[in-house]
Design a protein around this ligand. Sequence first.
Ligand SMILES: [Zn+2]
Length: 258
Amino acid sequence: MDTQKTVLILIDGMRSDAIAQCGEPWAQKLIADSASCLEARTVMPSVTLPCHMSLFYSVDVERHGVTTNFFSPMVRPLDGLIECLSKEGKKSAFFYTWEHLRDLTRPGGLAYSLLINMFENPDPDDQVTDAAIAYIQKIRPDFVFLYLGDTDEAGHDFGWMGEKYLDTVANAWRCVRRVRETIPEEYNIIVTADHGGHDRTHGTDLPEDMTIPVICNGPAFPTGTVLKQASIKDIAPTIARLAGVTAPKTWEGHPLLE
Ligand SMILES: [Zn+2]
């Protein structure tokens, strides 16, 4: 299989059922053109940094040991997605709005990284999306991580599935659409979330917190396919497989590809 490039877009705290309710019909159209699982599972605790660690290192929280939003180095370090890509000479870039995510990779792995701090800037999701698009168009890296954080903030401030939360989900989907429609078609796009939420919180094992969407769109994925099951730990193995990079044996997830 020839190698393929991927953009991973993570919408923080986006519940699967918010996609239909946010009032952006293009989101449904993308799902129809994708291989998707709207019943995918994240890990416990359903909290942003632990879930992102399980995404990038494809192991459970017990293995990476990050149980809160404050990073601590792994007792037995293992290579994550960025380390694996970088060792094979692949170029990766991060575009994010929440500073705590800076520890998702070890120093030396990224070709480019841009933080637009959501607490210090207006319209952070839009700004970080525009920056990612410009970079992709100019540099054509092998992998881009684009993190949109406004949704989780709106959930905590106003409540999950409320009007203001759904407005930020809709805006995040307009960002996804801009990416899909302006970057080269050779790119695969994976849209997902780290966790869901309920009331004004998350972190529990309730289905509202643990269920996430995983939507895989692009040349590598069959359109109109429903994946029976998926885990947040399957995303790194999928991107590694697309890039033609061997996944470490320690990874627990499986590629969402035939
Ligand atoms: Zn949160």
